[in-house]
Design a protein around this ligand. Structure first.
Ligand SMILES: Nc1ncnc2c1ncn2[C@@H]1O[C@H](COP(=O)(O)OP(=O)(O)OP(=O)(O)O)[C@@H](O)[C@H]1O
Ligand SMILES: CC(=O)N[C@H]1[C@@H]2OC[C@@H](O2)[C@@H](O)[C@@H]1O[C@H](C)C(=O)O
Length: 363
């Protein structure tokens, strides 16, 4: 079967909406993919602000934003369809939306972007709420990408995504596991903002700074890091716990960035060590994606910490780096369309594998 699907992802670094149009093919249980079109649409400052403030709103204003952001997403998808001449080619849309609250301990996760609005605007079937059933079944509801790594990007021991939050997946002998490691780009971006920069291009600022060892030790001691998987993070860990530890420090912005890069790399290495304890042998290849893969200094620092563990890093082509998550949302939506399991309980800790996604249609 061949499915022509639009997948969207609004990541936790708040940089914009990633959209892909993918051809997903299943033949006797084997999946292949081709990305036919992709666009990263940066958020206008007012949308960035609205999304950043979403968790502070009243219930009424939050729901109004949910609706408005659904219409906005629908319009962005319509323009994408027009720009890429995809009229009549798209079977359905899988829209992740933008995560606001993520409280799996309370069996709750919330993504903005009303599916009713998206289907009304695009006139196409829309699948949203891709984490909800897993969370209801006691799972973390994140990371959900491992099913896509398994089906679409095999051949690695580890998959690392350096997004707003860094997360890792690993193939263990019996099962896949995955968990969020630590806040990444969202914190780096907030630090770079002190110099009026949206992000630290290539990690050049961090490379020119000196790490503060005391701060680094404090960061590494946060209890989340020693907790066992399954585990996942919401944005507030970065903004309410991590950033307040860094911003008041009387060190240069470069020094703060350098310290945080060291922190990310230390936590990646520590995650790999914990995973290696479950593996018969060390070594293996790691696929690195997410916008942080463009931060050369960060990637090199991670590479240096992984070398003693025998793990080598591979950064794929730019399209895979930037659109892996949106592509996998398209796959997760496709599995939902087929009524097949699309979130792995071995990863999330839910009571069973499950079919996630609410289907919205307007005709
Ligand atoms: N050239 C670059 N140098 C350094 N950092 C970069 C560069 N290009 C992109 N980035 C970083 O990547 C970020 C975007 O990453 P990405 O799109 O993977 O995040 P996301 O999808 O929001 O995250 P998540 O996976 O957590 O949902 C930017 O905000 C920036 O921090
Ligand atoms: C709850 C939520 O939206 N989590 C995101 C977030 O952004 C990165 C990291 O934290 C990851 O766990 C997840 O997204 C990816 C796509 C996932 O679920 O695999």
């Amino acid at each position: 079967m061949v499915y022509n699907v639009i997948g969207t992802m609004s990541g936790s670094s708040l940089d914009g909406l990633d959209i892909v149009f993918a051809e997903l093919t299943e033949i006797r249980g084997q999946w292949t993919y081709a990305i036919k079109a992709s666009e990263s649409l940066p958020y206008e400052p007012e949308w960035m602000e609205k999304l950043a403030q979403a968790t502070t709103l009243s219930a009424r204003d939050y729901l109004l934003l949910h609706t408005a952001y659904g219409h906005y997403t629908g319009q962005r998808i319509l323009s994408f369809i027009e720009n890429n001449q995809l009229d009549h080619k798209v079977h359905f849309i899988a829209s992740h939306g933008h995560t606001t609250f993520h409280m799996p301990g309370n069996k709750m996760t919330a993504q903005l972007g009303d599916g009713a609005a998206i289907t009304a605007v695009t006139n196409l079937p829309v699948i949203t709420d891709l984490r909800a059933v897993d969370v209801a079944l006691g799972g973390q509801g994140a990371p959900i990408v491992p099913i896509g790594e398994k089906y679409l990007l095999p051949g690695y021991q580890y998959w690392l995504n350096l997004g707003g939050i860094a997360n890792i997946s690993a193939q263990l002998p019996e099962q896949f596991v995955a968990f969020d490691i630590c806040p990444a780009n969202r914190v780096l971006n907030a630090l770079a903002a002190a110099l009026n920069k949206p992000y630290d291009d290539g990690g050049a600022l961090a490379a020119g700074g000196v790490a503060d060892i005391g701060l680094l030790e404090q960061l590494n001691q946060l209890p989340y890091y020693s907790a066992p998987w399954p585990k996942s993070l919401a944005n507030d860990f970065g903004t309410d716990t991590v950033l307040p530890m860094i911003t008041p420090m009387r060190i240069s912005v470069q020094g703060k960035l350098r310290t945080y890069v060291e922190h990310i790399a230390t936590q990646v290495a520590s995650a790999v060590k914990a995973l290696q304890a479950q593996l018969p042998e060390g070594g293996g290849k790691m696929l690195v994606t997410g916008g942080g893969a463009f931060n050369t200094f960060l990637v090199n620092t991670i590479g240096e910490k992984l070398a003693p563990l025998g793990v080598t890093i591979e950064v794929p082509d730019e399209q895979t780096v930037s659109f892996k998550e949106a592509l996998i949302m398209a796959l997760i939506g496709t599995l939902r369309w087929r009524q097949e399991d699309n979130v792995l309980s071995g990863v999330t800790g839910a009571s069973r594998d499950s079919i996630n996604g609410a289907l919205w249609t307007s005709r």
